[in-house]
Write a protein that binds this ligand. Structure first.
Ligand code: PLP
Length: 425
């Protein structure tokens, strides 16, 4: 059935009216049979901004021509290089500059945060997470419990989803926090759940967690650059994230970390390294560690400058595009995908992600009628047509129209490719 939504004219007109349309030209799109892929996998690895190469080359050139002096010369000297990304990063996550730092990788940062913020007492030993959390988070939490000599089967609380597609109502989360409140030491919750694409009200979760007497931390791997964040105002104690998904900073990019300013001068235990030492003392090479105030006090090592460089290109794009404009486009684009699936493909695709825009980012997680094998078959069919989503076991295809570079025309190509598969074309 051809409706207005399902026409090239509609998609083309929407794309022509998109105030962010020029950003697509700033990315390198992989080709499929000579034409750009329909790339819906920004939830896994964002595309390369064309500007990234210049930032990497700048570091290589500086290294070549100055070697060790590169630490101390010019605006992009390596000694203070991580500070170049601090302000724009703080803007993207809604934090003060001293509350954020780019360092390490996500799981490393999570461990560092748990070392400081998970302080079990006789009464409060439990960590509460969502059932089905990203495996690395679960491994991190479980290993921290074991490291403290606590049995995970008694101290790890995994909240089961209460909605039919594996999503959570706020009432369920509130109930779980209330039920376990007196024994909760810490809550670790995602900003956007990786498998279902559900986005959460972080301020409310932090409020509930604090009211119960727990520390509250967030994993924002799928939230940063995808949904607007107000980390400072949310009141969260800490948050961690990566930059290789919606922040388009390349495979294994240096990650990020937020520590709320109320902990800026925290005396909590921490795993220390020289780069977290107060800047005035770092090079005195003394035996004592006096942590720098704010998130930077959790740094361990001098940062991998080559790994940080692409983040500068990406943050420059976020500064120009702005989070509110990206969000407005994202709602339109994902809304278009949802509308076309409902209109054209409801016999074969079932959307798992919540329908309310406030409860999701750009990603729609989709199950295919007929189960896992049919799902795999469709996934492979799409890939063979140059339409790339990703597969998450046991049976979910994730499709993420990213507002920075995807278009309505991309969405239309996806829907036509699924319809073609269904109709045996
Ligand atoms: C939700 C979530 N948490 C943690 C991780 C692990 O990240 P890393 O390998 O950067 O530590 C990922 C990776 O995709 C993720 O999606």
């Amino acid at each position: 059935m051809t409706t207005a939504l399902f026409t090239d004219e509609f998609a083309t007109a929407r794309d022509a009216a998109d105030p962010l349309r020029h950003f697509r030209d700033e990315f390198l799109l992989p080709l499929h049979a000579g034409t750009p892929q329909v790339y819906f996998v920004g939830n896994s690895l964002g595309l390369q901004p064309k500007g990234a190469r210049a930032f990497v080359e700048e570091v290589l050139d500086k290294w070549a021509s100055e070697a060790v002096e590169g630490h101390f010369t010019g605006q992009s000297q390596w000694m203070t290089y991580h500070e170049l990304v601090r302000d724009p990063l703080a803007n993207v996550v809604g934090a003060h500059a001293h509350e954020v730092v780019a360092m390490n990788t996500l799981t490393v940062n999570l461990h560092l945060m748990l070392v400081s913020f998970y302080q079990p007492t006789i009464e409060r030993t439990a960590i509460l997470v969502e059932a089905g959390s990203f495996p690395s988070d679960r491994y991190a939490v479980e290993s921290q419990l074991k490291y403290r000599g606590l049995p995970p089967h008694l101290t790890l609380i995994e909240v089961e989803p209460d909605e039919p597609d594996g999503t959570f109502s706020m009432q369920k989360i509130a109930h779980a926090i209330g039920e376990h409140g007196p024994k909760l030491a810490l809550i670790l919750w995602p900003g956007v759940q990786y498998r279902t694409g559900q986005a959460f009200d972080l301020k409310e979760i932090a409020r509930l967690g604090h009211a119960a007497g727990a520390i509250v931390g967030f994993d924002l791997a799928h939230a940063i650059g995808n949904v607007p964040l107000q980390l400072h105002d949310s009141g969260a104690d800490f948050a961690v994230w990566c930059h290789y998904k919606y922040l388009n900073s390349g495979p294994g990019a240096v990650a990020g970390c937020f520590v709320h300013e109320r902990h800026a001068r925290s005396a909590r235990p921490r795993f220390a390294g020289w780069w977290g030492n107060d800047k005035a003392e770092r090079f005195k090479m003394g035996p004592e560690f006096h942590p720098a105030p704010g998130a930077e006090g959790w740094q361990l090592s001098n940062p991998p400058i080559l790994g940080l460089a692409p983040l500068r290109a990406s943050l420059d794009q976020f500064e120009r595009a702005t989070v509110p404009a990206l969000r407005a486009k994202s709602e339109a684009l994902t809304g278009y995908l949802e509308a076309l699936i409902s209109e054209q493909l409801s016999d074969v695709l079932h959307i798992v992600t919540p329908r309310e825009p406030l409860r999701r980012g750009c990603q729609l997680s989709i199950r295919v009628a007929g189960g896992r094998e049919r799902g795999r078959a469709l996934f492979e069919h799409l890939a063979s047509r140059g339409v790339l989503g990703d597969w998450r076991e046991p049976d979910v295809i994730r499709i993420s129209p990213v507002p920075m570079y995807n278009t309505h025309a991309d969405v239309l190509r996806f829907v036509r490719a699924v319809a073609g598969w269904r109709d045996g074309d």
